[in-house]
Design a protein around this ligand. Sequence first.
Ligand SMILES: Cc1cc2nc3c(=O)[nH]c(=O)nc-3n(C[C@H](O)[C@H](O)[C@H](O)COP(=O)(O)OP(=O)(O)OC[C@H]3O[C@@H](n4cnc5c(N)ncnc54)[C@H](O)[C@@H]3O)c2cc1C
Length: 410
Amino acid sequence: MLGTEKQNFDILICGAGPGGAALASICADRGISTALIERQSGFSNEFRGEGIMPSGYEALKSIGFDLDRMKLPMQKNLRGKVYNKTEPLISFEFPFRRQGGLRWVSQPALLEHMIKDSLTKNNFTFFRGCRALDVLRENNRVSGLKVSQKGEEFDVKAKTVIGFDGRNSMLRRKLRFKVLDFKQIIDVVWFKVPYPHEFLDRGTALVNILNKGFMVCPACYNDELQIGWIIAKGSYGEIKKVGEDAWISEIQRQCPQGLADHLERNRNKISNKFVLSVQLDRCTTWSSDGVLLLGDAAHTMNPVGAQGVNIALRDAIVAANHLVPLLSGNPTHTSLDKAFEDIEMERLREVKPIQDFQKKPTTLLKKQNPLTLFLIRNLSCITRLEFIQRKILKLADMMAYGVTKVELKV
Ligand SMILES: Cc1cc2nc3c(=O)[nH]c(=O)nc-3n(C[C@H](O)[C@H](O)[C@H](O)COP(=O)(O)OP(=O)(O)OC[C@H]3O[C@@H](n4cnc5c(N)ncnc54)[C@H](O)[C@@H]3O)c2cc1C
């Protein structure tokens, strides 16, 4: 949609990641006039997490997107194997495998599907390839966004504006939200290789502890293995200097023989390389001047436990529960502000404990001292201790199902 005319919507959502697309889908379906803007023209231009836990699966299902019935590129991870460099340490089944385990789902395909579905609803407008540049104000309150699409600038107005615009949120910046930055010591080099069937059973995720750092490798859709090589923050510059061939060889020297051989055979099939600068932070308040931030814009998650997408989806459900009844009537600024506060309070009960867990320093990145080495070598015995098993199960529960009960009620 082009032109300089002002358009008035009930809700304007900035960012069509999983959170924004989910909230837009619910609102449009419930008869709320909904605008969703996305700066990218194609979803594959934006790399994001693809791990869907049972909590995210249930959130999507409640909106009408049952991943197990949709024909999207997806791979379930049902079990894992841990290696200490070349030595096998433990094999385990995910405690939540009966709930589908960790589903690795193509985000571009999922988001395209969600948008296509929303477009079947009359009261949904999608601004594709449209960047929000700034906020519009009326009576000291944000009344919409100034946007740019195909070189043309125009205004989009709405009763309420939601910032689901990710970790580099324009709205967070322009409205000067205060941010608690939980300094991170890791970055991740992501890449994909064909799935090593000769070495790993289908649907197995691999963790490999290296001399310094480690690799987390979930089974990925399209018969690939997604390798996440965890490195010290800021060290990619040095790694890049030595060249891809040299760092792949170094990884090969420190991984199980089966994977090393597989990497050797598939060097020319390494794809989708991406360096993620890991971030973990949270705005001290999530709303200001009539704008509510949600998802990574309000609380950027790091990749630990594959939580980011799931948390964003659950933010969308809680926001819809509060906003749909209000927007179906004639909301006042006071009632919207109160709803924003309620949404933040409800979501903080989950986001805070998960971020507290994600904050824990990654000791494996530091030089391994004798105690760490002892713990690694004896991981198999240690994980058989009953109290350790209870702790692991509790943690797996939190990662798989979330902390609070989140249900779509509208
Ligand atoms: C590179 C990368 C790798 C990640 N890896 C993992 C992982 O392995 N596991 C995990 O759990 N999480 C991971 N995450 C985090 C996870 O992807 C996010 O937590 C999750 O996608 C958050 O969803 P969201 O809807 O809040 O925001 P996002 O998915 O970030 O979506 C925000 C959207 O807003 C759009 N946008 C931004 N600014 C504007 C603007 N001005 N105008 C219009 N549109 C705009 C963006 O194009 C984007 O599509 C990763 C994130 C990144 C960036």
